[in-house]
Design a binder for this molecule. Structure first.
Ligand code: A2P
Length: 415
């Protein structure tokens, strides 16, 4: 057992700015609002953080899991952390404090396990992968040592006459290893600097291709990128990285970091079923998983696939053409179109309710995993729909929800 820390010493929770990809997961997860950010860094307020660890498992990079022993009076302030380009090294504590630490030296206390995540862990999704997921590699390439990839394809996958300019971009890694799994993401470092003259931070994109490459057997992968021309409120805004990516030409090179993500992963055992729920570019991981299944369609290993896909219109739904060519007995496709002329507005959650019997049938199978990716707003609607479907079948959603989370069978990636 490790000795308790002397009261004047704090095991301060810090975020590594060199690895953090600014995905906001930690800030959303923190149950006590100790995590904030500015345009430079994500930081932890030492006066608020209680070391509950709720933010640690969901972090896709591990940048969240950094700790320093400091005197409480000398704790790094939020202001200090906002200015950092890298984490400070360990500082020696005054000898008087060290002596008061009990039988064990302070170095040993650095490994003190923090308390387990509280039951009130706020995320609706799991913080563990499905039991059979393959082993993911993360952080192989970093801000300091990125990988150079070559663009081998860049195609628009939405109707040319629509506002949704979504591109399918294929990157090749040549001879260098870049092992990935479906559901993981990578970071792209856009060239140039921000308003403060600092290099841009990496932007995170989910893979749209399966582990064995956009083209099977090739050392490449694909991304689904929407050109950002306005902010969430509809005001004009130029997305630095999305515009950079959508304008790339064949043979251009791109700086890549990652891969990231160790929980939003597909099950790897035979006859596992997937329920995939997405909107817009949230289709990227669903495409990756579906393609993984399609490539082994003749093996008899596949379970069932059920897809709920939301878009404004058919022409704004990325990959509409290839998706509709997939055999009906391979994947059960449900398109929720919200602005199609002559059709009622529908969201993915409406279709989940309409297909309640089939959804319930899959939910009651322990081989089923559920993936939700896309607009943040859909999260509540999808959870409500799943609750209703379960209740209609006379079951208790709160129990099933907890089981799905504990077994790594319900995953969200929303933005
Ligand atoms: P809407 O027509 O109401 O915007 P986008 O094209 O903006 O990426 O959105 C993809 C799809 O997600 C659109 O059909 C959009 O409908 C729909 N959508 C918007 N809000 C929600 C929500 N809260 N739940 C589910 N779908 C939503």
């Amino acid at each position: 057992m490790n000795a308790p820390l002397p009261v004047q010493v704090l095991k301060q929770h810090l975020i590594d700015p060199e690895i953090c990809i600014r995905c906001n997961t930690c800030e959303e997860t923190c149950p006590v609002d100790a995590i904030t950010h500015d345009s430079n860094n994500y930081v932890v307020d030492p006066d608020i953080c209680n070391g509950c660890m709720a933010c640690v498992p969901p972090c896709p990079t591990g940048s969240i899991d950094n700790w320093r022993l400091v005197l409480r009076a000398d704790a790094y302030s939020v202001q200090d952390q906002l200015g950092w380009e890298e984490l400070p090294g360990e500082k020696a504590l005054p000898e008087a404090v060290d002596a008061g630490a009990g039988d064990e030296p302070l170095a040993a206390l650095a490994d003190t396990p923090a308390p387990a995540a509280p039951a009130s862990f706020s995320s609706a999704g799991a913080s563990v992968p499905p039991w059979s997921a393959a082993h993911p590699y993360v952080n192989l390439y970093t801000h300091k040592a990125p990988m150079t990839a070559t663009v081998v394809g860049n195609y628009r996958v939405t109707g040319a006459d629509t506002e949704s300019d979504i591109h399918h971009i294929v990157l090749d890694f040549g001879e260098l290893p870049f092992p990935v799994l479906e559901g993981q993401s990578i970071g792209i470092l856009p060239p140039g600097t921000d308003a403060q003259g600092r290099p841009h931070h990496a932007r995170q994109y989910s893979l749209a291709s399966p582990r064995d490459g956009e083209r099977a057997g090739y050392n490449n992968l694909s991304l689904t990128v929407k050109r950002v021309t306005e902010d969430h409120g509809g005001a004009a805004a130029h997305g630095v990285c999305s515009n950079y990516l959508c304008d790339l030409a064949k043979n251009d090179t791109v700086q890549v970091i990652g891969p990231f993500g160790h929980t939003f992963l597909m099950p790897n055992h035979p006859r596992a079923n997937l329920i995939m729920i997405c909107t817009g570019t949230g289709s990227a991981p669903m495409r990756a998983m579906t393609e993984r299944y399609r490539r082994r369609i003749d093996t008899g290993e596949n379970g069932r696939l059920m897809l709920f896909f939301g878009a404004r219109t058919e022409r704004e739904l990325p990959y509409f053409g290839p998706l509709m060519k997939l055999p009906r007995d391979f994947i059960d496709i449900n398109l929720a179109l919200s602005r199609e002329a002559g059709q009622p507005k529908r969201y993915v959650q409406d279709l989940i309710r309409e297909r309640a019997a089939q959804v319930q049938d899959l939910l009651s199978d322990r081989n089923t995993c559920i993936y939700v990716c896309g607009l943040k707003g859909m999260e509540v609607g999808v959870l409500d729909a799943l609750r209703e479907v379960t209740m209609q079948a006379g079951q208790d959603w709160s129990i099933l929800h907890e089981v799905l989370r504990r077994e790594g069978r319900l995953h969200f990636e929303t933005y």
